[in-house]
Design a protein around this ligand. Structure first.
Ligand code: 3NM
Length: 215
C-alpha cells in the first residue's frame, strides 16, 4: 500500500504486552479495532514480551493478513527484515532502533517508513531524509505504555515540531478522548495510541468517538 497521510488519522499501536501477553485477546482486539475503522496498525512487540522470534513472525503474518482483509496498512516496529519477510506495508523506527540511514537503504521504495522524533534537532535531521514518510512525536502526555519514554512534550512543543517538520506528523503518548481535541488543534496529521483503544471496555464505541473528533 502506498503512503497517504490520511492513514495516520487513527493509528493503533500494540503488541501482546498490551493485552496481558494473551495472543488471542490481542488478535481479537486488533480485529475489532480494524472493523471499527482504525486507519493503520503498528505491531510493536516489546522485549518484555515472552514471545519467541518464531511466534512473533507468526503473529506478524496473521496481522498482515488481517490488515489485507480490512484494507488497513500494517507496519512493524523496529524490524525491517521482519516487515519485508511478512509482506507488511511499512516499518516504524525509533532513534535507538536500527540506524535510520540503514533502514532507508533496506526499505526505501518497498515499505512505508515512520520515524520517532521528539526534538527540533531530530525533526530537522528527518527533514533532510526524503525517504521518510511520517514522523511519530511523543510522548505528548504522560504514558504508562512505554517504559523508556522520553520526557513529556506537551502541546506547545508538539505544535512547534509539527510546524518545523516537512513530513506529516502523528502524535503519540497519553492520548484520551478528553485531550484529543486539543491535540488536533496543533495541526498534526494524525493520532496514535495504545491504551485508549486496547484498554477500552468497548473498542468499537471508543473508535466511533475518535472518528467524530477527527472529522
Ligand atoms: N511511543 P498510550 S509513547 C509506543 O513517545 C509509544 O514515542 C511513544 O501509549 C513515544 O497511547 C508510546 O497508551 C506509548 O499512551 C503510547
Amino acid at each position: 500500500m502506498n503512503f497517504n497521510p490520511k492513514m495516520l488519522q487513527i493509528y493503533l499501536v500494540g503488541g501482546t504486552q498490551d493485552t496481558h501477553h494473551d495472543s488471542y485477546e490481542f488478535l481479537a482486539k486488533v480485529e475489532e479495532a480494524m472493523q471499527a475503522g482504525i486507519t493503520a496498525f503498528q505491531y510493536r512487540e516489546k522485549d518484555s514480551s515472552t514471545m519467541t522470534a518464531d511466534a512473533r513472525l507468526v503473529m506478524a503474518r496473521r496481522l498482515v493478513e488481517m490488515g489485507n482483509r480490512y484494507s488497513i496498512p500494517v507496519l512493524i516496529d523496529d524490524d525491517v527484515q521482519m516487515a519485508l519477510r511478512v509482506g507488511a506495508d511499512g516499518v516504524h523506527v525509533g532513534q535507538d532502533d536500527e540506524k535510520i540511514e540503514q533502514v532507508i537503504k533496506e526499505a526505501a521504495d518497498k515499505l512505508i517508513i515512520g520515524y520517532s522524533c521528539n526534538t527540533a534537532a531530530e525533526v530537522e535531521k528527518a527533514n533532510q531524509l526524503s525517504a521518510i514518510d511520517y514522523l511519530g512525536c511523543g510522548p505528548v502526555f504522560e504514558t504508562t505504555s512505554k517504559v523508556d519514554a522520553d520526557p513529556v512534550l506537551g502541546l506547545t512543543k508538539l505544535k512547534k515540531l509539527n510546524k518545523l517538520s516537512t513530513h506529516p506528523l502523528v502524535a503519540i503518548g497519553g492520548l484520551s478522548l478528553e485531550n484529543i481535541p486539543e491535540v488536533l488543534k496543533t495541526g498534526v496529521a494524525g493520532l496514535s495510541m495504545i491504551s485508549l483503544v486496547l484498554n477500552s471496555k468497548n473498542i468499537t464505541e471508543t473508535i466511533e468517538k475518535i472518528k467524530t473528533l477527527v472529522k
